[in-house]
Design a protein around this ligand. Structure first.
Ligand SMILES: Cc1cc2nc3c(=O)[nH]c(=O)nc-3n(C[C@H](O)[C@H](O)[C@H](O)COP(=O)(O)O)c2cc1C
Length: 216
């Protein structure tokens, strides 16, 4: 697959089929992840893949509680606005709520979860390049993925289910459910680059507008 196709179309694919992701593809995903950069090439990471349905169901129960907590705390205002459906932002958030609610109801059917852990990462930035590489590698094999950090609300309980040692400094960064998509791949919709980028000094316009995605 063209690298640009993967970059433009790797979306939060929460609705996936229960069909298993073959081990050969799981290994390609992990092998791509560990090629990613890390500060000082420290590679202070561990990946834990979960494909045992009993384990997935246990994580799913925690995920469901965490999503309830998320709507009641961090996103309380957006949830209230979404129900009005008045602005484009409210409509967009409403779509996210629907998609996340699907994940909440169907979590136990995810065929594969990828957990990423880091250690001694003072910048906090050394794990997500690897996670994104894993998601791109999955995309290249037709596997959808969606990153979630919400399990941090139930960090201790999650580490307990996964049997993660608590005395070695490993920190859960995120969980990425994966599977074959129910929906279609599409180019990610974002604020255009010229609205969020400057040239030479802060606030100086880029000097060009990109009103349509530059791929395909
Ligand atoms: C650091 C990080 C944390 C995220 N946490 C969550 C999460 O807890 N739950 C969730 O459903 N999505 C989570 N996401 C996914 C975002 O919601 C998603 O990337 C964004 O809405 C764009 O979706 P799209 O690519 O389908 O347009 C997270 C993404 C990142 C990068």
């Amino acid at each position: 697959m063209d690298v640009r196709e993967a970059l433009y179309t790797t979306r939060a694919m929460r609705r996936v089929k229960p069909d298993p992701v073959p081990e050969e593809i799981q290994l390609r995903i992990l092998d791509a992840a560990i090629r990613a950069p890390s500060g000082g090439n420290s590679q202070g990471w561990r990946f834990l893949i979960v494909d045992d349905p009993e384990q997935v169901a246990k994580i799913g129960a925690l995920y469901s509680d965490c999503i309830d907590m998320l709507w009641e705390t961090v996103y309380k205002e957006q949830v209230a606005q979404a129900s009005t459906g008045e602005t484009p932002q409210a409509q967009q958030f409403s779509r996210i709520i629907n998609s996340v609610t699907w994940a909440q109801k169907n979590f136990a059917t995810y065929p594969l979860l990828l957990f990423a852990f880091d250690k001694f990462d003072t910048t906090g930035g050394s794990i997500f390049p690897a996670v994104w590489s894993a998601m791109l590698a999955a995309r290249a094999d037709g596997v959808g993925s969606s990153l979630t950090s919400v399990l941090l609300f139930k960090n201790d309980e999650t580490l307990d289910v996964l049997d993660v040692p608590t005395d070695q400094g490993w920190r859960m960064a995120c969980c990425v459910p994966m599977g074959y998509p129910l929906g279609k791949w599409a180019t990610a919709s974002r604020l255009p680059a010229h609205e969020v980028s400057y040239r030479n000094t802060w606030g100086t316009p880029l000097g060009a507008e990109i009103n349509e995605p530059l791929w395909p």
